[in-house]
Design a protein around this ligand. Structure first.
Ligand code: TPP
Ligand code: MG
Length: 788
């Protein structure tokens, strides 16, 4: 590396550009008015509420101006991911300087009035958030919740061979679990078909009020740690701007050239050794160039620089410090009288779509190409009559997904992500057409591993989620398959993605992206190997907290419904779709034609199972989920055999959101439609896949809510037989029948006698499973016989 990569003139200009970005950042945090300091600063020029994060910002501004230089020099296709996205003033300021901000928001013009509005809007009611939020051009990562920057960056470069993501990782962020695991992403990156991530560890030494671990280990230890994670770290350390500019410029050039060399070797020389990709450690003071000492305490280079170091409205003597700080950037040298950045500085930014704020990858919907879809009907399970045997619903889905992969192989825009379960979740058919992408070593007996593949598996739900989000945010499609219980691990990441979707849906310049699709299987009712730890259907409760406009939850009761639902989800935009499905052999209910109709409606009466066609029903047996549907139909067959005079209506719910009123969710049934299905006054025995209270939550406003009695998972579980799982939670057919009898006094003595029989049955069941270790033959061999 040469010590003087930059000519004195370049260095001077880059330093000025950095000062301009720093000036804009301080202006955003503090100023209400007087944006160019054309008159002495007075208290009324300062905002009342001072919100924002200074500490990370000058370092990010420094990185941004240096990235701009290499983008121009090497004509790079590059986007910027800000791990400590609370450094919002940096990305907003830089996209303003490069011109993209004003193109999207003409009101924030490149003049004094625009500057004033730029400053005022930041962290201000009616303005913009303090992070690298969706409102900020060039952002695919808000960085409010720390930890996901590196996984997002890798997701963005998969199948984007020309893209480089410069990913700033906070040294505090690096302590999070998701970030700690994300360093390993380099074992899953194909230098031939994927792009590159350039991590820049922002070692400013501090978090909010603590030092960071990585800043307080030996230099050598940090180097070994990063090297051990498979990277080639290059250090840029210091605080003298001039020296640092030269160091950063040289280091960045070397990193870009190394990336190109690695790619060239792999792409043109067939070099298959795993690259040790370059990364940068930027060791610079937190709050660099800000106030050094305030009220006798050191600020620059300490944790005290994290947020807002001066409070002029509380301490009037800070006003002068603020003015001095702003003036230290010498704004008169940076901006013309009218407030526009001087042309000799403006020319440092890249042009057009090479500007990081204008790069289409950061507005992924612009690049979205629809998937080529096979006809899902071609994969139908044969269901000559309800109750036909099935091989396991996800096993039927597998060949359909296989062909989605196959059909989109050329456009390289579909991937399936999962911790380690694609096979055990019943999707083995995928491996007929694609391996798992794996760029570390392989040995004989490994299966389906190759440097490039459509299936991404690493045993970190965080990593899978982050990769998939990054992939979607840059305009591609994907599916996350996961054990139902462990999807909770990414609850919080789902939150952030759902928030992103909600906000971007209302930004006209942001194009819609493909939906985030979850296939949750190996679900609560069938955890034969694993028991209680693997039994938790609560993700659904979590998901429905989010805005109705972005979340969808589906419980296909059989394979044909699963095919229809998944086809719909993969074609949809800007939602989070949660699909819960079984993988074990289970009876099938609907032919493909019937499934398409049922799933299109999302909820409906199963006429073939009901006998209330001519008259009002005595009871509605509702079910949602594959196992509850099975138990409900078994209960219906008992009722119809023993109490044939009862009029029973069977309602199956595929689309959970149908239960909500239309005012709450766009899929919601009107009250009239709901009453037609569930009646206004008859008991409803509702067998539900997950925690029962969600059904109450969704239906509490409905006319007949007080008659809805829900059975579901109530946190009873262990390793036991499949049927016993339902018994432990009172969701089994016998309990459902007993519930019905309890709610229908007209069943009289006949009902009481039947109840007694069923109670005896439950004891018989316990005795049988304890002795034989499997369910009674009458349970195992039960088949739906259409009662006459
Ligand atoms: C997951 C998560 N936990 C806690 C916080 C609260 N928080 C905001 S900033 C911050 C410190 C971040 O430190 P670092 O990553 O080093 O960023 P920088 O020093 O660049 O500001 C913390 C703990 C958060 N935003 N996200
Ligand atoms: Mg830090």
């Amino acid at each position: 590396m040469t010590i003087s990569t930059l000519t004195p003139e370049q260095l001077h200009k880059m330093d000025a550009y950095w000062r301009a970005a720093n000036y804009l950042s301080v202006g955003q945090i503090y100023l209400y008015d007087n944006p160019l300091l054309k008159r002495p600063l007075v208290l009324t020029d300062v905002k009342h509420m001072l919100l924002g994060h200074w500490g990370t910002t000058p370092g990010q501004n420094f990185i941004y101006v240096h990235l701009n230089r290499v983008i121009k020099k090497y004509d790079l296709d590059m986007i910027y991911v800000s791990g400590p996205g609370h450094g919002g003033p940096a990305v907003v300021g830089n996209t303003y300087l490069e011109g993209t901000y004003s193109e999207i928001y003409p009101d924030i013009s490149q003049d004094e009035a625009g500057l004033q509005r730029l400053f005022k809007q930041f962290s201000f009611p009616g303005g913009i958030p303090s992070h690298a939020s969706p409102e900020c051009p060039g952002s695919i990562h808000e960085g409010g919740e720390l930890g996901y920057s590196l996984s997002h960056s890798f997701g963005a470069v998969f199948d984007n061979p020309d893209l480089i993501v410069a990913c700033v990782v906070g040294d505090g962020e690096a302590e999070t679990g998701p970030l700690a695991t994300a360093w390993q992403s380099n074992k899953f990156l194909d230098p031939v078909t994927d792009g590159a991530v350039l991590p820049i560890l922002h070692l400013n030494g501090y978090k909010i009020s603590n030092p960071t671990v990585l800043a307080r280990i030996e230099h050598e230890e940090l180097e070994q740690f990063l090297t051990g994670c498979g990277w080639t770290p290059c250090f840029v350390e210091g605080d003298d701007p001039e020296t640092m500019h030269q160091l950063m410029a040289g280091t960045l050039e070397k990193a870009i050239e190394d990336i190109r060399q690695i790619q060239d070797n792999a792409r043109n020389n067939n070099d298959t050794t795993r690259p040790r990709w370059p990364m940068i450690v930027l060791d610079s003071p937190k709050g660099w160039t800000g106030p050094k000492v305030v009220d006798g305490l050191q600020v620059e280079g300490t944790f005290r620089a994290h947020q807002v170091p001066l409070h002029p409205r509380v301490h009037p003597e800070h006003l002068k410090l603020l003015e001095d700080w702003l003036k230290s950037y010498r704004p008169e040298e940076l901006f013309e009288g009218q407030g526009r950045l001087k042309p000799e500085l403006a020319e440092l930014a890249p042009r057009g779509e090479r500007r990081m704020g204008a790069n289409p990858h950061a507005n992924g919907g612009m690049l979205l190409r629809e998937l080529r879809m096979p006809d899902f009907r071609d994969y139908a399970a044969d269901v000559p009559a309800p109750g036909a045997p099935g091989i396991g619903d996800t096993h039927v889905l597998g060949p359909f997904l296989r062909d989605v992969v196959k059909l989109n192989d050329a456009q390289r825009n579909f991937r399936v992500f999962g911790p380690d379960e694609t096979l055990s979740n019943g999707l083995a058919a995928l491996f007929e057409v694609t391996p798992r992408q794996w760029d570390a070593a392989t040995v004989p007996n490994d299966e389906w591993l190759a440097p490039a593949g459509r299936v991404m598996e690493m045993l970190s739900e965080h990593q899978c989620e982050g990769w998939l989000e990054g992939y979607l945010l840059t305009g591609r499609h994907g599916l996350f398959n996961c054990y139902e219980a462990f999807i909770h691990i990414i609850d919080s990441m789902f939150n952030q993605h759902a928030k992103w979707l909600k906000v971007t849906a209302h930004l006209p310049w942001r194009h819609k992206i493909a939906s985030l699709n979850y296939l949750l299987t190996s679900h609560v009712w069938r955890q034969d190997h694993n028991g209680f730890t693997h039994q938790d259907p609560g993700f659904i409760d979590h998901v429905v907290n989010k805005k109705a406009e972005v979340v969808r939850v589906y419980f296909p009761p059989d394979a044909n419904c699963l095919l229809s639902v998944m086809n719909h989800c993969l074609k949809s935009h800007h939602y989070v779709n949660v699909v819960v499905a079984g993988k074990h052999p289970a009876p099938q209910w609907l032919s493909m034609d019937a499934a398409v109709k049922h799933c299109s409606e999302g909820i409906g009466i199963w006429q073939w199972a009901s006998n209330d066609q001519a008259v009002a029903p005595d009871v509605v047996m509702a079910c949602c989920g594959d196992v509850p549907t099975l138990e409900t139909l078994a209960a219906v067959s008992i009722l119809r055999e023993h109490l044939p005079e009862l009029k029973i209506r069977v309602v199956n719910v595929v689309d959970l959101m149908k239960l909500q009123p239309p005012s709450e969710h766009p899929h919601g049934l009107s009250d009239m439609e709901f009453d037609e299905l569930f009646t206004r006054d008859k008991p409803v025995i509702f067998a539900y896949h997950a925690y029962p209270w969600l059904i109450h939550r969704l239906t509490y406003r409905r006319t007949n809510h007080h008659n809805i009695h829900v059975r579901g998972y109530k946190e009873e579980g262990t390793i036991t037989t499949p049927f016993d799982m339902t018994v432990l939670n009172d969701l089994d057919r016998f309990h459902l029948v007993m519930d019905t009898i309890d709610r229908l006094p007209q069943t009289g003595d006949k009902g009481i006698y039947l109840k007694q029989q069923l109670k005896d049955k439950l004891i018989e069941h316990k005795q049988y499973i304890n002795k034989h270790g499997q369910d009674m033959p009458e349970i195992r061999n039960w088949k739906w016989n259409n009662p006459t």
